[in-house]
Ligand binder design. Structure first.
Ligand SMILES: [Zn+2]
Length: 257
């Protein structure tokens, strides 16, 4: 299994990061993808990746909640990092209108700029959408059939939204602990979507799956998401593991390098 979205470099893991990675390995997680947030998270993320170079794979991007007055400097850093070395993806990027709408215009500018760079550097994108599905799809429209691909991380929409993403082409849906929450309704959406469109993720330290809901999330719990999907699709968990791993390898081609 691959945890395609984890912020395990964050301070929540400062006291037991090595043990956390050990638990992930024991749970059958073979790779962890680390999405960046902004210039402040970058050093920690790079340090973790340097410590586990074949296990942790860093993506580079400016998160929509970090798009503020200084977004141009933040974007300049992303661009110079893209020039400097290779990355697994551009992310996480997107539009978040849940926390703050002040910088909506700038969020859209930053999102589009980073999509352009993803195309330029031939990288998939990791998209964060919160209370912004229509705005996100609108921003993506010019890139339909452009070769752009990626994942809608932490997908929580309905079946129409899932179809809209799949019909757009090139995008997978990242499913995490939310699918284990009874009140989310996500399981009934996911069961109508073919497994070839699904990626496993945790979004740790957030969105901890049942039965650990409310505690810190970690990559080992990817297996709880896979277990839930095996119930949803009524198939062995090994099949979920194999298929979603295949999906992750085909999207994130840097994993096999
Ligand atoms: Zn994230």
């Amino acid at each position: 299994m691959i945890d395609t979205h984890s912020h395990i470099y964050s301070e929540e893991f400062d006291t037991d990061r090595a043990e956390t990675i050990q638990r992930a390995k024991e749970a059958g997680i073979t790779h962890i993808i680390l999405p960046n947030v902004d210039s402040e998270t970058l050093p920690q993320m790079l340090a973790l990746e340097a410590e586990y170079p074949d296990y942790c794979h860093a993506a580079i991007g400016l998160h929509p909640t970090s798009v503020k007055e200084n977004y141009r400097e933040e974007l300049a850093l992303i661009k110079s990092e893209l020039e400097r070395r290779s990355w697994i993806a551009v992310g996480e990027i997107g539009i978040d209108l849940y926390w703050d709408k002040t910088f909506i215009k700038e969020q859209i500018i930053a999102f589009r700029q980073q999509i352009e760079w993803a195309l330029e550097y031939k990288l998939p994108v990791i998209i964060h959408v919160r209370d912004s599905f229509n705005e996100t799809m609108e921003a993506l429209q010019p890139y339909k059939n452009s070769g752009l691909n990626g994942v809608f991380h932490s997908f929580t929409g309905g079946i129409e939204e899932a179809h809209e993403i799949i019909d757009f082409g090139g995008f997978l849906l990242g499913i995490n602990g939310i699918v284990t929450f009874k009140n989310s309704g996500l399981a009934t959406v996911v069961e109508q979507i073919a497994l070839k469109h699904i990626l496993l993720e945790t979004d740790s330290p957030y969105l901890t799956p049942a039965p650990h809901r409310g505690k810190r999330n970690e990559s080992a719990y990817t297996q709880l998401v896979a277990k839930k999907l095996s119930e949803v699709y009524n198939c062995p968990q090994e099949y979920i593991d194999e298929q979603t791993t295949k999906n992750a390898f085909s999207l994130f081609s840097g994993l096999s390098k």
